[in-house]
Design a protein around this ligand. Structure first.
Ligand code: CP
Length: 309
């Protein structure tokens, strides 16, 4: 029996393969709850979960809130634009004041890498990282792993290509930690200017030829070009990026019909993916979003309960 031992979820770098498998197995048991007429179980009744988001979000914030509500927790949303950090209060002071109202868990998204670590060190309640700077987005990687396992029945041995702005991508980093720990073969692909030097030390291969990657992959995780984290110097133009690394029907046809295309969202249509690929039969983008609720239910349940399964 695997036991969950973590008060916080800050990144997949900190988890073992067994921890990750426990989250995926727990998510599997919660997935069915969202298809019921009454989408609720009493697992976290009486607990309070606060969403503290200092960057925009649609999928992550909404699915954490749905996950908490489906576990019967009380939820509260705090957007940075209406918090007292705009009046000069520090992030930790804001969080300590919220904690003083006896909340049990804070879900935090912040543009600064490491911000959830600072909160975890300074608070008594649990902290879950919903994306910090360029560092990690652990629940996105967990839902990607869940989706891969659902489609292929396994992670071990899968050939997964991660395509795009690897340099600025917290999704890429969390996926590399998670996929390599579970035995997938990971290849990263993108413009040389957006490829971190020494990325091979994370246990991945580097490829600059998207057609070769497509021919040799079971799944492609395509990444959003993060205009907010890069200056123009990294790319000649979006059109050039789309021509070289964007996935369209013609490039996709060079791979297996079983190849699946993933994207964490939001998608820049016509840049990372053509509309026909984003909406096509090999795309599992909306399955990823659906699975995000079950995975976040599992994370909240395990972190708040330190439950055995
Ligand atoms: N994948 C992801 O983090 O999407 P949001 O920014 O909409 O939360």
């Amino acid at each position: 029996m695997t036991q969950w031992k973590h008060q916080h979820l800050l990144g997949l770098q900190d988890l073992t393969a067994e921890d990750i498998e426990l989250v995926l197995d727990t998510a599997q048991s919660f997935k069915e709850v969202s298809s019921r007429d009454i989408k609720k179980v009493p697992a976290l009744r009486g607990k309070t979960v606060v969403m503290l988001f200092f960057e925009p979000s649609t999928r992550t914030r909404v699915s954490f809130e749905l996950a908490a509500k489906r576990l019967s927790a009380d939820t509260l949303n705090i957007a940075a634009s209406v918090s007292s950090t705009t009046k000069g209060e520090t992030l930790l002071d804001t969080a300590r004041n919220i904690e003083a109202m006896n909340v049990d868990l804070m879900v935090v998204r912040h543009g600064t890498s490491g911000a959830p670590f600072i909160l975890a060190q300074g608070l008594k309640c649990s902290v879950v990282n919903a994306g910090d700077g360029c560092r990690e987005h652990p629940t996105q990687a967990l839902l990607d792993l869940f989706t891969l396992k659902e489609k292929f029945g396994r992670i071990k041995g899968l050939r997964v290509g991660i395509v795009g702005d690897i340099l600025h991508s917290r999704v890429a980093r969390s996926n590399i930690w998670g996929l390599t720990k579970l035995g997938a073969k990971v290849t990263v692909c993108g413009p040389a200017t957006l490829m971190p030097r020494g990325i091979e030390a994370m246990g991945v291969e580097v490829c600059y030829d998207i057609r070769k990657l497509i021919k040799n992959s079971d799944a492609l995780i395509t990444l959003r070009l993060q205009k907010e984290r890069q200056q123009d110097k990294f790319l000649p133009s979006l059109r050039e990026y789309g021509r070289l690394f964007g996935i369209n029907r013609e490039k996709l046809a060079e791979g297996s019909d079983e190849l699946i295309v993933m994207h964490p969202g939001p998608t820049n249509r016509g840049v990372e993916l053509s509309a026909e690929v984003a909406d096509g039969k090999q795309s599992v983008i909306l399955d990823q979003v659906t699975n995000g609720v079950a995975v976040r239910m599992a994370v909240l349940y395990l972190v708040l309960g330190k439950h055995d399964m």
